[in-house]
Design a protein around this ligand. Structure first.
Ligand SMILES: [Zn+2]
Length: 484
């Protein structure tokens, strides 16, 4: 299937619409073959699943002819099962003329005696093994879950013929491609080339027929089946790296920090040094937490990594702005303390009742806020630092790939958007009768791919950035090729 490129999307408001959603908008009604329609025709699926394809076509053609004679040419099970009992009897008598009863018997596990007494009594066949009935039904379902499968297209072909025979649909006898598809389809095997022309026509015709089909019968079918069979959650198994090997870069980074601390005493009083090395240390501490607590394959690592990336961009942005704004480091410090002051002031002014066990210590906040200068000289900036939003900062320092791929991806984790929840906290149920739904990872087993490679990639950028200002030790420069 060809996927629309981003350039083919249309921006309406703050949404990028695909060619489909942009054109149809609210008029678009999404339906699903498996969820909304398949249960209506599951009896046809059971016939195809039991017999050879050619024989199944023959038998179904005979059934259609007989049903037509009786003027009960109905394909949808919901309609059949809501007929008066006498009419149902006529319909099922015809089915039983051509099909052994055990073929439809698996449906008695879904259609209960309470709701469908006639069907249940006729097909429950208690002498048949229940597990075997379930297996047969599962096989028929699994083959037909995809609307684009050959098997589903065979079902569609039969349903269309039900409609034509019941005169609910007319087709021209002129020799068009559609006519050929509707009359020749069953004569060919799916390996034949002509079928690649016929199959899409059959499916498109079926879609036209089933637009207004009510999904409630089908939904009930799946609900019923879900109660009978259990979930089979699948976990994606990621290979865990040897973390002792990976810790080498962390150890070298910490040695480098110590080297810097011992060799740049002349810079100790400079705000530029304090702030840039503060950011670097914050980044290394986050990285150390990931490794020390073995978080490489966790949700937390994504959240920590995004903060690492943001801290790196702040550092690079400050160095970028310094020539035009010499006091940019002091401004960054003041901006951050203003953010602390806002929280501290709200607590101090009693806006909310203090919780002594909360992780926020208002007294310490007050100390930090007043540490560099008195808070009376610290404004509170409610906007972005230096007015540039985060995207703009990535752009100015030439790190758009980091923004558009890594930062944007991990933002899903920070904000707990569904993509991240699906990937990390939900599993795919491999039971076809549950329509491959998602189940919560109750046992906390799903891990994520290792983030260490990407952490090292960003940390190298961090060291490369500060090397324009602070000399790095030779061993680190040579070992990691830190030329800038
Ligand atoms: Zn399930």
């Amino acid at each position: 299937m060809n996927r629309s490129k981003l350039s083919q999307h249309t921006k309406i408001g703050d949404t990028l619409h695909t060619p489909f959603t942009g054109y149809l908008g609210n008029r678009m009604k999404e339906t699903s073959w498996s969820r909304d329609k398949l249960p209506q025709f599951i009896w046809i699926a059971l016939i195809f699943s039991t017999f050879d394809r050619n024989y199944a076509f023959k038998v179904l053609s005979d059934i259609i002819k007989e049903l037509k004679k009786q003027q009960i040419c109905i394909a949808e099970l919901s309609e059949v099962l809501s007929l008066k009992e006498q009419e149902q009897e006529k319909w099922f008598d015809i089915i039983d003329m051509f099909i052994p009863k055990e073929v439809l018997s698996p449906l008695s596990i879904v259609f209960s005696s309470r709701e469908y007494p006639y069907f249940f009594n006729r097909y429950c066949m208690p002498e048949l093994d229940l597990e075997l009935k379930i297996t047969k039904l599962m096989q028929a379902i699994e083959k037909n879950l995809s609307f684009h499968s050959h098997e589903s297209t065979d079902i569609c072909f039969i349903v269309i013929w039900f409609y034509i025979s019941a005169k609910k649909m007319l087709f021209s006898r002129e020799c068009t491609m559609s006519t050929r598809a509707l009359t020749e389809y069953y004569k060919h095997s799916h390996d034949e080339e002509v079928m690649s022309d016929y199959r899409p026509i059959i499916r498109a015709t079926m879609q036209g027929l089933s637009v207004f089909m009510d999904g409630s019968f089908s939904h009930k079918f799946w609900d019923q089946l879900a109660q009978i069979t259990s979930c089979k959650p699948m976990i994606i198994d990621y290979i865990h790296e040897d973390i002792t090997m990976n810790k080498e870069f962390l150890t070298d980074s910490m040695k480098t920090l110590e080297f810097i601390g011992a060799n740049v005493k002349d810079k100790y009083q400079s705000a530029k040094y304090t702030i840039s090395m503060g950011i670097v240390t914050y980044i290394i501490k986050l990285y150390a937490e990931i490794l020390d607590h073995e978080l490489q394959n966790t949700i937390s690592s994504r959240i920590l990594f995004r903060t690492i990336v943001e801290a790196y961009i702040n550092l690079k942005y400050l160095l970028y702005k310094e020539p035009s704004t010499p006091d940019v480091f002091e401004k960054f410090q003041s901006y951050g303390l203003g953010k602390y002051k806002l929280v501290m002031a709200k607590l101090r002014e009693g806006k909310y009742q203090k919780d002594p066990d909360a992780h926020i210590n208002s007294k310490l906040l007050e100390v930090y806020v007043n540490e560099v200068k008195d808070e009376e000289f610290t404004p509170i900036n409610l906007g972005y630092f230096d007015k540039d939003n985060i995207r703009k900062k990535f752009e100015l320092v030439g790190e758009m790939e980091l923004y558009e791929i890594y930062y944007d991806y991990d933002t899903n984790y920070v904000h707990a958007f569904w993509g991240a929840i699906r990937e990390s906290a939900m599993l795919l149920c491999d039971n076809p009768s549950h329509l491959y739904h998602n189940v919560p990872d109750y046992t906390m087993e799903q891990m994520l791919s290792d983030i260490d490679h990407d952490c090292i990639m960003v940390l190298k950028k961090v060291f490369s950035t500060i090397s324009s200002y602070i000399e790095l030790p030779d061993f680190f420069v040579n070992k990691y090729d830190m030329r800038c």
